[in-house]
Design a protein around this ligand. Sequence first.
Ligand SMILES: Cc1cc2nc3c(=O)[nH]c(=O)nc-3n(C[C@H](O)[C@H](O)[C@H](O)COP(=O)(O)OP(=O)(O)OC[C@H]3O[C@@H](n4cnc5c(N)ncnc54)[C@H](O)[C@@H]3O)c2cc1C
Length: 460
Amino acid sequence: MQPSLDALKSILDADCLLTDTDALQQYGKDWTNNYPVAPLAIALPKTTKQVAAIVRWANDNNIALVPSGGRTGLSGGAVASNGELVVAFDKMNHIGSFEASTQQVHCQAGVITEQLQQFAADNDLYYPVDFASSGSSQIGGNIATNAGGIKVIRYGLTRDWVMGLTVVTGKGDILELNSGLIKNATGLDLRHLFIGSEGTLGLITEATIKLTRQPGNLTVLLLATPELDKVKALLNLFQKEVDLTAFEFFSEEALVKVMAHHDLPRPVETEAPFYSLLEFDASSEDIIEKALGCFESGLEDGSIIDGVMSQSQQQTEELWKYREYISETISSRKPYKNDIAVTPDKVSDFLHRVDDIVSKHYPDFEVIWFGHIGDGNLHLNILAPETMEYSDFIAACEKVNPLIFSELEKMDGSISAEHGVGLLKKPYLSYSRSEQEITYMKGIKATFDPNNIMNPGKVF
Ligand SMILES: Cc1cc2nc3c(=O)[nH]c(=O)nc-3n(C[C@H](O)[C@H](O)[C@H](O)COP(=O)(O)OP(=O)(O)OC[C@H]3O[C@@H](n4cnc5c(N)ncnc54)[C@H](O)[C@@H]3O)c2cc1C
């Protein structure tokens, strides 16, 4: 029997509890799109107090809660398949106080990532966490997944920008964690437990985020590389001389698809198996000279066979499209995604091993590689042959996963670099985390969420 929602209606403002089919379908899933969608209802709180009241109601009625941000997650973390109440943060989207002396801004969890980036720009500052979905993802979702993106090599992950959090635990307690302090040596920093917790400990309702100085003149080099081992050499070469703000890579197969889908010209004349996209802040002639020096050395030693450097902000944006458009371009083929990480020195070895596994077991599958190679983070996207049933394809990919993850385990890698575990990677967590570690994680969850109402069934 379904619980009565009357008490919830009295907690929320009018029109903030949705039960119509369209809303259930819209809010009950994320970008993965391949799990059943069956939430009980959608709650749209406006304040932290309302969130706490929802959690108390959920405990009293034994109803599971699924926190939902922009639903751009790629691991099924925000999926509600079992009559859960989805708590969506769309109405908690206000940017509050800003303190110029500390460059810290206070915002609610439902602020869209791009909204915060724009706020920073309006104040001559910069919020550097950035990726292709930042026009839809929310700060709360970014914190809950510890989102990375394209600037991690220079600016780090979301974790590095979170100075304080307001959270509601699975018990319904409101905790203020760190409150913007730069120094705070008073025991365990619970803020960091919530960062990357994928909604399993409680709900993040507000955050204090640090901003930084704007880069001066972001410039992109797009380089054609004859083989992946040379990409590593390039990374070494440039990092010795220039502070890179991004070091991305993609394969010829990815490039061909983006050019066709978006009607874009080939960015460099020479075709190559891999391309690297490097970005740096060309704020002085000296830096540009150093970058060009590296480019020439790369041409001489054969690690570069062709390349182009942007000459304007518009050209920088044009070159980024070849990398940024990949996910969206291939999304209609519903790729099977793996988001894996090894230390950057092991990337080419790992990629070769995976290519061998996939081509041996599934020669008909198309593999699209791209990723944040400067961080050792590879996005492996497997595309089904057009004629294959999707369910057969998923089953085949799940068979190959243990082979790939065993290689990853041997290299001390991660089965999820930045997309989280959610439902998609849950069966494989033990390839990256020991049983002892998982037991400790479960113990921490039980402390914050003794009745297991927070996103149950996700992560472990
Ligand atoms: C085209 C595309 C490109 C992407 N590129 C990148 C990339 O480069 N790097 C990267 O890291 N990710 C990337 N992602 C993945 C995704 O955008 C990130 O994981 C993002 O941080 C998710 O934010 P969201 O608001 O959409 O969260 P959701 O998808 O709504 O939720 C994600 C998880 O966080 C939990 N959650 C959401 N809000 C809260 C809250 N307020 N409190 C507690 N828990 C909460 C959910 O329950 C779920 O477990 C990409 C996705 C797409 C579609």
